[in-house]
Write a protein that binds this ligand. Structure first.
Ligand SMILES: *Cc1c(COP(=O)(O)O)cnc(C)c1O
Length: 337
């Protein structure tokens, strides 16, 4: 595993914060050039987010040493490129279509981004084709499951096959795992897997920006070594700790049942060609005239995501499951089309 990490990163001596050097609790802090007058925020936050990690560890059943906390999932995605991929030299492989951020992060880091199309009918992935797209310079394979924007979770066997047959890191983005029936890859003990999760979806904290990466101690330590020292501010750390006490279970259950209700209703409309199976909190629907329907929905004050220009998603809109009232409004508009 060490061989996969860029030498620059492996040999880097990271920035050492004042709080690295002294870790006691009470005392007179004259070590960080802070303003001494207490307003609740005058001290730097814990760079290692220990309280937060221990709470997330309880909730997710993953040891704290295997957890990285980032400023949204975007942060670990970018850091993973910087840990494993030598700019202008290495490459990554990803399914297509998928979440757009992997491609952007690859390009920012000057890393070749290779894609393998999902099956056009059911959006299943082809592990053999993904492996065939790799070469000696492929450091990561990106799998998003359940996948955005297609909505489906991939077969556990297919993902496992990839993990076991690839000599690199398999990044599994589980942003929507709480809406799916399959279980997480976070606790299966694969050394070459990094699982991404987020508090932005099921947990209802998109505005707070908190992304999680679960991985081997070596990978987590390396991400931690290269992150901005105080990447999660005090307000976020405290607020998230508080909000984690409110279980999202009831809302998740309702969203899942609404997903079924909306899918059933839309499935019978004549403007809709296909409602794809979803394991997430949105539906991908193929319609006869995506631009027209998108604009008509906008006129009625409902905004969906037009994915019809994305290869593999021709004719498709992506519709997030809203509240019961919002979903009913959406269905009513479609009935009038
Ligand atoms: C929404 C989403 C995320 C979450 O990103 P944050 O930066 O944590 O808000 C991550 N991955 C996928 C596939 C998503 O759709």
């Amino acid at each position: 595993m060490k061989n996969l990490i860029r030498n620059t990163i492996l040999t880097l001596s990271p920035y050492s914060t004042a709080r690295d050097e002294y870790q006691g609790q009470i005392g007179v802090y004259l070590d960080a050039n802070e303003n001494p007058y207490d307003n609740g925020y005058n001290r730097y936050p814990d760079p290692y987010q220990k309280s937060l990690k221990s709470r997330i560890s309880e909730i997710k059943g993953v040891a704290a040493e295997n957890i990285f906390i980032g400023n949204g999932s975007d942060e670990p995605i970018d850091l993973l490129f910087r840990v494993f991929c030598e700019p202008g030299h290495d490459n990554v492989v990803a399914i297509d279509p998928t979440y757009g951020m992997y491609r952007v992060a690859a390009h920012i880091n000057n890393i070749e981004y290779r894609t393998v199309r999902l099956n056009p009918d059911d959006f299943e992935l082809d592990p053999i084709a993904l492996l065939a797209a790799t070469d000696a310079k492929t450091k990561m394979i990106f799998i998003c499951s359940p996948n955005n924007p297609t909505g489906n979770a991939f077969k556990t066997n297919d993902v496992e096959y990839l993990i076991q047959n690839f000599n690199g890191i398999v990044v599994i983005d589980e942003a929507y795992i709480d809406f799916a029936e399959c279980s997480s890859f976070s606790d299966r003990g694969f050394d070459n897997v990094v699982v991404l999760q987020t508090l932005s979806k099921a947990w209802g904290m998109a505005g707070l920006r908190l992304g999680l990466a679960f991985g081997s101690k070596l990978v987590i330590d390396t991400l931690t070594k290269i992150k901005y020292p105080y990447n999660i501010n005090i307000v976020t750390q405290n607020l998230v700790l508080e909000l984690l006490d409110q279980s999202p279970r009831p809302q998740i259950k309702l969203i899942i049942s609404e997903r079924q209700r909306v899918a059933n209703a839309l499935g019978s409309m004549k403007s809709i060609i296909k409602v794809y199976k979803s394991d997430a909190n949105f539906l991908l629907v193929k319609v006869d005239d995506p631009r027209l329907i998108y604009n008509q929905l906008i006129q009625e004050g409902v905004i969906v995501r037009d994915r019809s220009t994305i290869p593999g998603c021709e004719g498709c809109l992506r519709i997030t499951i809203g509240t019961v009232d919002e979903n009913s409004k959406l269905i009513n508009i479609f009935e009038k089309l």
